[in-house]
Design a protein. Sequence first.
Length: 141
Amino acid sequence: MFTKILVPADGSDNSYRALEAALVLSEKLGSNISVVNVMEQVPITHIESEKLLSELLEAYKKENQEILSKCSEIARQKGITIKTVLLQGNPAPVILDYSKKENFDLVIMGSRGMGKFKELIIGSVSSKIVHHSPCAIMIIR
């Protein structure tokens, strides 16, 4: 039934709980899990130094890759191998496009993440995915 599970991870506690739920399902159903992290666009209009900009972007990329590494380690400790993918752009449309392109059966994600304006629009990414996803969704609190 759920052979391909997508877990968007942004480093929030809820995203790690979503991964844990996916791992439990994978153990029971033999599902393949892909974890995706979406690097949001960094506002760079006020950074004039090319070197500083390059350093900031590299640090941001490293931070996002560390989230994926932590997810891989969590899965490895349970004896499960997962696929990790780092993407760029606006999280909701990027996740939706990726889930459609790769034909996922289920998206498991946290109800609240760590987006740039989380106090103002908490849950907006998960809300957009719930309303526009072509597959089943499980929201973890």
